[in-house]
Design a protein around this ligand. Structure first.
Ligand SMILES: [Zn+2]
Length: 436
């Protein structure tokens, strides 16, 4: 596809139409209430949440795409000046509310931009997505796949969200006298919270802005901002730290649960730590990645990591793990593919692992632990997909610090200076799962 026609999750350069996969911050970097470069296509749920994220935005720029239907767009070829038709289909990405992937076809061929996605082998929604995608492709070859490669590394083999959610409930149930805090982003992990609420028959505390989002999503009776109504609190990920947990435990026994595909690498608990009588044991990361597979749900107790006496890390992720990505690529057999996440602790070009699955049998040759930004920009031909989590992190970290000084911290009075110190010096939050 020629440059200057379509942009996906990229907002700074001139294109004729723009597509937003979902509202996490690393996909909206460059969008603002005053942005007005052109029509912006998104899902209906994203459109509903959009004014909350960007108050004052000119909503006439938004166009909602129904999922699973082809839509035709008339664009102008920048090189020839002639009209050309592009067809696009949005498909449920099963990532966070409103998240979709986009399938494009036109004179340029056929390409799929996944955005962030999680398609578990056991998920009905993912199965519907797979069927939709295959039906849309029919016998057409996929020329290029822009892939959510967040966990495109064999290190990241974790169970389905269903299995991980059961573990979260087990942890909470085995700590009946404790307060519980769960680190989440401003969007995503709703299904986990709903599951906890349903299984344990309790409300869940969220911060006021999160409550508004829950109401927009149609969840009216499950969440509360009153700490007196529940012992389970879902808190902003940026406020979740070892120091926070240690501080809270001076007031009341409290444990923290971090749901994420990447372990929460902080202070290590002593091997015999069993402070709360929990039956869940700690074990090391290598045994997690090698022993825990999607096909072994009965061993799910092993998936829980206990890194600190107060903290459990549960591999509940809204991104596909390595085996799921492998299945996805095997299913589609694209001619070529690019990872959309160029900065991650374990970045490897997806072609290194999956080149042999591509229709053109791309050589599995490029082991690039740090793909140069320029390289991504050049390889992404017309759809400008480069994302740079590294540069965003510093900005986000600053804004998170600013916001932290303004919050009523987890419903507990916390000195602002102390809070700042915790955010700066406390255990670092591994910021890879969803980023917002
Ligand atoms: Zn995301």
């Amino acid at each position: 596809m020629e440059k200057g026609m379509i942009s996906v999750d990229r907002w700074s350069e001139g294109s004729q139409v723009y597509f937003l996969t979902h509202l996490h911050a690393d996909h909206t970097n460059g969008l603002s209430p005053t942005w007005k470069r052109g029509p912006l296509f998104c899902s209906s749920v994203t459109a509903k949440l959009f004014p909350f994220k960007f108050p004052g935005f000119n909503l006439s720029l938004l166009s909602v795409l129904d999922v699973t239907h082809w839509h035709s767009l008339s664009l102008i070829s920048p090189s020839s000046g002639l009209e050309t038709t592009v067809q696009v289909m949005a498909i449920d990405a099963h990532h966070c509310p409103g998240a979709v992937m986009y399938l494009f076809r036109g004179e340029f061929g056929c390409m799929l931009y996944t955005g962030d996605f999680r398609w578990e082998t056991t998920s009905k929604r993912a199965q519907i997505g797979r069927t939709t995608l295959l039906n849309a492709l029919k016998n057409e070859k996929l020329d290029i796949l822009y892939l959510d490669n967040t966990y495109c590394n064999p290190l990241y083999s974790f169970p389905s969200r269903e299995v991980a959610a059961k573990q979260v409930v087990n942890i909470i149930s085995s700590h009946p006298e404790h307060d519980i805090i769960i680190g989440i982003d401003s969007l995503g992990k709703e299904d986990l919270l709903l599951y906890i609420s349903r299984l344990l028959n309790m409300k869940i505390w969220v911060w006021p802005e999160r409550l508004q989002i829950m109401h927009l999503l149609g969840f009216h009776d499950i969440f509360t901002t009153k700490t007196s109504l529940t012992r389970v609190r879902a808190v902003p990920r940026y406020s979740f730290s070892v120091d926070t947990l240690e501080g809270l435990n001076t007031l009341h026994p409290t444990i923290g649960i971090m749901p994420s595909g990447i372990p929460w690498a902080v202070k290590t608990a002593k091997p015999n730590d069993n402070l709360f009588g929990s039956s869940i044991s700690r074990h090391n990361r290598s045994s997690w990645s090698t022993n825990v597979a999607m096909k072994k749900p009965n061993e799910n107790l092993k998936i829980v990591e206990r890194y600190h006496q107060y903290i459990y890390s549960v591999p509940y992720s809204d991104h596909s793990c390595f085996p799921e990505i492998q299945e996805f690529v095997k299913l589609l057999q694209p001619t070529n593919m690019k990872g959309i996440v160029s900065k991650s602790p374990s970045y490897v070009d997806p072609l290194y692992y999956f080149g042999y699955l591509c229709a053109a049998n791309q050589p599995s040759k490029r082991l690039c632990h740090k793909l140069e930004g320029e390289e991504v920009g050049e390889r992404v031909e017309a759809v400008h997909v480069k994302r740079n989590r590294g540069s965003r992190n510093s900005t986000d970290a600053e804004s998170k610090r600013r916001r932290a000084t303004q919050v009523d911290f987890l419903g507990v009075r916390v000195n602002r200076v102390s809070l700042l110190r915790r955010l700066r010096c406390g255990a670092k939050i591994v910021d890879i799962d969803c980023t917002e």
